[in-house]
Design a protein. Structure first.
Length: 422
């Protein structure tokens, strides 16, 4: 149980990843293509098929006072990049993990999609894909299309893709229209979800207006912006819906139940400030990023601190008839790491060329202002020209017991990785 609690607290189910290789790097950015390829270029196109990937060995240890919990595994990603004529492309990312403790091997197809276009004017991507939606570093309140939220601690491996059809219509470099038809969980046509975004460039400022809708859900409207003030990069996002679509827990005469809040136009907003500093002979060797998040529907008092026993309602009651609010929250899948409370802040610092050229130092901190708990992480990553990489990460939950970042009871978490890209 302690391992489960720690995983939920620090490593939310599927989240942000430093992918083995980004398909955006492999395919470039079709958003920048605004003119049809010349006849000579089209004739010179050739079919190509490329393979790449990575293998990473991981050792993790969670310390609980006088005891600890060790976990080891090895994870591999195999990437396929197929390019045909007329701008047609295909991409696949197969992820496989082996866990020696249970001798279990798991395989997951993280992404599988096809890119095509109509006359280099309208671009489509169909299949399982990770979308670029939202501008902030950690919190993306306008992103309702991706399956996985970005976690505080980068996961080992790749993000899980959402299934559907992406549309992109560029108008020069000043305007873009993006759309996504989410078909992944739809059993009938009326259950499809859809998102639309209109992006425009005004001088040094880029902004977008977006909307998301699904049957039996309140439509969500969003606005995001990124700009530069002096030498500081600024990004922000805000979203609002007529009513909140999330589920929350409440005490109904000693029985816990789930409900939807009736708050009018609840807001979720994030703002990000980032600046690079010159150290020695290198510009931007030190980067500092701060981010703040406001979640109007979040809990002001964390459910994990309520140790009273309640009767449970719903499907969970057949397995666990009674327990605390924290267990009810976890058992119903209602805990969303870094989104539980109402006010958050985070600080990310990175120093490249730390001691030696290939070493980078990262120190990050996240804080829930409502329950006064947080998590501090520090680590180094090494990557050389031969694509060998290694990393060491230490993470310490801080603050009073039974808060969002301390309810698991872990005192320290350590992670060692070693891998190779090819």
């Amino acid at each position: 149980m302690r391992q489960l609690l720690l995983a939920l607290a620090l490593f939310p189910l599927p989240a942000f990843a430093e992918d083995a290789a980004s398909e955006l790097e492999m395919f470039g950015t079709p958003e920048l293509v605004t003119q049809a390829a010349s006849t000579e270029t089209a004739r010179a196109e050739k079919k190509t098929l490329g393979f790449s990937g990575s293998v990473t060995s991981v050792m993790e240890d969670a310390v609980y006072g006088s005891s600890d919990s060790l976990n080891t595994y090895i994870l591999g990603n195999l990437l396929l990049d197929a390019r045909l004529k007329n701008g047609v492309k295909a991409f696949a990312n197969l992820e496989t993990s082996y866990y020696p403790k249970t001798r279990q091997t798991t395989s997951t197809l993280r992404e599988l999609f096809v890119d095509f276009n109509l006359g280099d004017r309208v671009y489509f991507r169909t299949g399982k894909q990770v979308l670029q939606w939202g501008r902030c570093y950690l919190w993306n309140p306008t992103d309702l299309v991706n399956i996985e939220k970005i976690p505080f601690v980068p996961k080992v491996g790749s993000r899980e893709g959402a299934y559907g059809l992406k549309l992109h219509v560029p108008f020069g470099t000043a305007y873009n229209i993006y759309g996504f038809l989410d078909t992944g969980s739809a059993a009938a046509g009326r259950e499809l979800a859809g998102a639309l975004k209109f992006e425009l460039l005004a001088g040094r400022t880029e902004m977008a207006f977006s909307g998301w809708t699904k049957r039996n859900r309140n439509p969500v409207f969003g606005y995001d912006v990124s700009s530069r003030l002096g030498d500081v990069d600024i990004a922000g996002e805000v979203s609002a819906a007529g009513r909140d679509n999330g589920r929350y827990i409440r005490d109904n005469n000693g029985t816990l139940e789930t409900f939807k809040k009736g708050t009018d136009w609840p807001l979720k907003a994030a703002v990000n400030f980032s600046k690079g500093f010159r150290l020695g002979n290198f510009n931007d060797r030190l980067t500092v990023t701060s981010e703040f998040f406001y979640n109007q529907s979040g809990y002001v008092k964390t459910p994990f601190r309520d140790k009273k026993l309640y009767a449970f309602s719903g499907p969970l009651s057949s397995v666990l008839p009674a327990g605390t609010k924290g267990l009810y929250l976890l058992g119903n899948g209602l805990y969303d790491s870094n989104y539980l409370g109402r006010h958050y802040g985070a600080l990310f610092t990175s120093v490249s060329r730390f001691i030696i050229t290939d070493l980078t130092l990262n120190t990050n901190y996240i804080h829930n202002f409502n329950d006064s708990t947080g998590a501090l992480s520090a680590g180094v990553t090494y990557k050389n020209l031969n694509d060998f990489n290694a990393g060491c990460l230490l993470l310490a939950p801080l603050g009073p017991a039974d808060g969002e970042y301390t309810f698991s009871g872990a005192k320290l978490f350590a992670q060692l990785t070693a891998g190779l890209s090819f």
